[in-house]
Design a protein around this ligand. Structure first.
Ligand SMILES: Nc1ncnc2c1ncn2[C@@H]1O[C@H](COP(=O)(O)OP(=O)(O)O)[C@@H](O)[C@H]1O
Ligand SMILES: [Mg+2]
Length: 227
């Protein structure tokens, strides 16, 4: 049995950057299916969804609440929680099928090749840690200790990339506006030069003016952030 009232599937909208050219395909999602097994039947949250993301492109998944946007994002990260399960399809990241990967290999791909800015990320910054400590920890978690001066230069560069002034380096989250906090999260996501960044509703907690700044202001810098 299938749950009723399944909202319409999300629309896939290439928001910026042109597809259909000879650019490299970074992400190729093919016929993806993610179902949640519930006592009243399977919820077909994602049912036969296919799309591609090209290098340098920002792709938006748009749709009403409950149509499967978060589930699609979590599936790409292989982070769907039970009773959810990927029941079909392929997720090729740089031609490697994430659906087939074992836990060990997945760990290497996550955060290095693939980064997530979760919904409400800006509220998850540690309130008692200065911004440079938080960004530094994210980098060190994957690359080990770096010389102090090198780390400082790297963090200041990241802040600049997301359009934040250098004084943010020493600040605490409560000293920043919502839009600034969100940019800190973006800085953490691009810190390891991932091939793909997944952002779940990155602007929905921000006012309309700041939404535009986050969306447009970061685009050219994101594109140049990849090696
Ligand atoms: N843990 C779960 N158990 C059962 N159904 C779920 C679970 N998580 C999400 N769903 C269902 O999957 C569908 C898609 O949810 P979601 O991906 O969160 O949508 P969106 O992010 O577009 O709002 C919804 O119908 C939702 O009720
Ligand atoms: Mg969602």
């Amino acid at each position: 049995m299938t749950a009723q009232l399944t909202p319409r599937a999300p629309e896939v909208a290439p928001a910026l950057g042109a597809a259909g050219n000879n650019k490299k395909v970074v992400l190729d999602v093919r016929n993806l299916k993610v179902y949640y097994e519930t006592p009243s039947g399977a919820v077909r949250a994602v049912d036969d969804v296919s799309f591609q993301v090209y290098e340098g492109e920002i792709l938006g998944l748009v749709g009403e609440s409950g149509c499967g946007k978060t589930t699609t994002a979590m599936a790409i990260l292989r982070m769907v929680q039970p009773p959810g399960r990927i029941t079909g399809g392929n997720i090729l990241l740089n031609e490697v099928d994430l659906v087939q990967l074992e836990a060990e290999d997945l760990r290497n791909v996550r955060w290095v090749d693939l980064a997530l800015i979760p919904q409400g990320a800006m509220n998850s910054l540690n309130p008692v840690m200065r911004i440079h400590v938080q960004i530094g920890e994210a980098i060190e978690a994957h690359q080990g200790k770096l010389p102090k001066a090198e780390m400082k230069t790297r963090i200041l560069d990241l802040l600049k990339m997301v359009g934040l002034p250098s004084r943010v380096y020493e600040m605490y989250p409560h000293e920043l506006s919502g839009g600034m906090k969100q940019r800190v999260c973006i800085a953490m996501a691009i810190a390891l030069h991932p091939s793909l960044i997944i952002a779940d509703e990155p602007t929905s907690a921000l006012d309309v003016v700041v939404q535009r700044v986050v969306g447009w202001g970061c685009k050219p810098r994101w594109s140049t952030a990849s090696p």
